[in-house]
Design a protein around this ligand. Sequence first.
Ligand SMILES: [Zn+2]
Length: 181
Amino acid sequence: MIIVGNPKDSAADLAVAIANTWDTFQQPYERLATLDDLRRFLERVGRPEAARVARKRDLIEIRQLRARLRHVFVAQDVGEAARLLNEIAEEAAAVPHLEHIDGTWKVRFGPSEPVAAHLGATAAAGLIDIVQAHGLTRFGTCSGPPCTGVFVDATKNRSKRYCCHWCADREAQRRHRARST
Ligand SMILES: [Zn+2]
């Protein structure tokens, strides 16, 4: 499981990180198999307070949230993505509020607990912004099989094809080998 971007401060990067805890690059695909896995994940995405309070029930709810987020990345049209994101935001009771963190004011989406609601509220808010500004044009899935990692394409010319630089490098090497044989 590779975490890219800055999921601590970017709600969209957090959404991507959650979605990519289902990692088809190698078995086992499930990277949130245990409560310890979930706690480690929460630490890595800058949610140490959530890591401390996470319970088994959160593990199940976050896997469900993940499935819904992955669905957003492959939505057929903007209407479908909007419906999915609105549902997640509504169920999580997503409310924006300002928090003074590390000397600056940041928008955080509540509630802070339960953990799945916090992640759902934040992830939905991040993706809602992107859909509003760009429709579905920024959402993609990795072109480096067997990886099916999702990504948000922030490049100017929408040229992103891989979820991370490891997948991009692997595919570049594969193409190079194919040319030289
Ligand atoms: Zn990939």
